[in-house]
Design a protein around this ligand. Structure first.
Ligand SMILES: Nc1nc2c(c(=O)[nH]1)N[C@H]1C(S)=C(S)[C@@H](COP(=O)(O)O)O[C@H]1N2
Ligand SMILES: [Mo]
Length: 423
């Protein structure tokens, strides 16, 4: 083999004394746990949209067998989506330094020549490309979606969803091959063992060790603290977006420059403003706006004043967005969805409902809710929040709020509700 240490294909090119089985094994085992949690919370998050209920809820209609695990999303506990999505996004951001350090620790392997020594070796290297490419792809699409607010209009969901399956399949194959060795390495090796004793490791792990290491400038343990410190910093500047009040201001990495929610009863985070959604004053005016409710016995047209005369109920529920931010519980007040169903002939057994907004464009202008969500006494067509009428940005004249559901299902500026239909 050529040994020209000016080329990255030569082992002598890579000089860091940090590289070796110990460093790679520690980072690998952290990612084993972390990425498994990301995958599970990601799948759960998709199920929370109730995609099999209606095509309008489903952003990946061609998923086929990959939807095998879907289930009717429950309404309890009411913070279910908030916690799931908070974990998914916050953990994903926190793991970025670990992922980068892990890739750095094995980067010499990407350059090893010949590209394949055998069929088995070729397959292993292809799976590594899927693993590295898939990992970078999932983390990048996730961060861009959270930070830039739908940079890939409509296509974020399929990219992130199918990417996750490719990545996780390669990840499982990799874990099956490597975890036993990683555990063995950590039993056998101590952090600061010299490079030479790490060289006694079995062949595949030996490839990580530089044959001509530079003198150390930091210990392996020190390098690990550095990576962990980076993760801690990201965690501390992201986690605050799951709360409101002073904690939210610690979320320096959460997207800023969005609509200012202001203060007072309606002063919690806004996703899309009324202006952005093209909702204008005349159509939401007291005398122009009617809620059109359709069901078994026909269609009713109700003004906001008529809705206000129906029995009103309160529920303390959060808004929890797929992007990872959420609010603490807000006090919503309005008409129970199941009472609206009863008005149009669904008295004892509330069915599914199709909800449409005044909004004319945009992916979230309509949504289907499942019967169990309609039946929950906390599910409301809200007219008030925290004791005040809804502001235009939070959905005036009326919006849906359902316990445990993702933000997307809480349709704002509702114009029409059709019971017994999901479209
Ligand atoms: N009509 C309509 N309703 C909508 C949306 C939308 O774009 N249009 N966005 C949804 C999303 S993604 C979220 S997270 C919540 C946010 O509600 P908020 O702006 O009151 O906090 O509204 C939901 N309801
Ligand atoms: Mo959202």
């Amino acid at each position: 083999m050529r040994d020209d240490s000016r080329l990255p294909t030569s082992p002598g090119f890579w000089r860091s004394p940090l590289r070796g089985p110990w460093f790679t094994s520690v980072l690998g085992l952290v990612l084993l746990v972390g990425i498994t949690v990301l995958f599970v919370t990601g799948l759960v998050s998709y199920a929370a949209y109730n995609p099999d209920l209606s095509p309008v809820n489903d952003k990946t209609p061609d998923k086929g067998i990959l939807g095998f695990y879907l289930f009717a999303w429950p309404t309890d506990p009411h913070w279910l989506y908030r916690v799931n999505q908070g974990v998914h996004v916050t953990l994903g951001v926190t793991l970025i330094p670990v992922l980068l350090a892990k890739l750095w620790s094995v980067v010499p392997k990407l350059f090893v020549l010949p590209p394949a020594r055998s069929l088995a070796h070729a397959l292993e290297r292809i799976s590594l490309l899927l693993l590295v490419g898939g990992g970078l792809f999932e983390f990048t699409t996730g961060v861009l979606n959270v930070q830039l607010d739908y940079v890939f209009p409509g296509s974020f969901y399929p990219l992130h969803f199918y990417g996750a399956w490719v990545f996780f399949a390669a990840f499982v194959a990799h874990a099956v091959l490597k975890v036993p060795a990683a555990v063995r390495n950590l039993r056998r090796l101590r952090a600061e063992e010299p490079v030479s004793s790490q060289e006694s490791a079995p062949a595949p792990e030996r490839e990580l060790v530089s044959p001509r290491p530079d003198p150390a400038t930091v210990s392996r343990r020190g390098a690990l603290w550095f990576v962990g410190g980076g993760s801690l910093l990201l965690f501390a500047t992201t986690a605050g977006q799951n709360f409101d009040g002073p904690l939210r201001r610690t979320a320096l990495l959460a997207p800023h420059g969005g609509p200012d929610p202001g203060s007072g009863p309606n002063g919690f985070q806004i996703n899309k403003t009324a202006a952005y959604a093209g909702i204008t004053a005349p159509e939401t005016d007291e005398d122009a706006w009617r809620l059109v409710v359709t069901g078994r016995t026909g269609t009713l047209r109700l003004s906001r004043a008529q809705l206000g005369e129906l029995p009103l109920h309160s529920a303390a529920l959060p808004i929890a967005c797929v992007e990872g931010w959420s609010t603490s519980d807000q006090w919503w007040r309005g008409v129970r969805l199941r009472d609206l169903a009863a008005l149009v002939g669904h008295d004892d057994d509330p069915p599914d409902v199709f909800v449409e907004s005044l909004q004319r464009r945009g992916a979230f202008r309509h949504a289907a809710l499942r019967a169990n969500q309609v039946a929950d006494p906390r599910s409301l067509l809200a007219l008030y929040v925290n004791g005040e009428p809804l502001t235009p940005d939070h959905g005036y004249p009326a919006r849906v709020i359902v316990p445990a559901a993702p933000g997307v299902l809480n349709t704002k500026w509702v114009a029409r509700m059709t019971f017994g239909e999901t479209r």
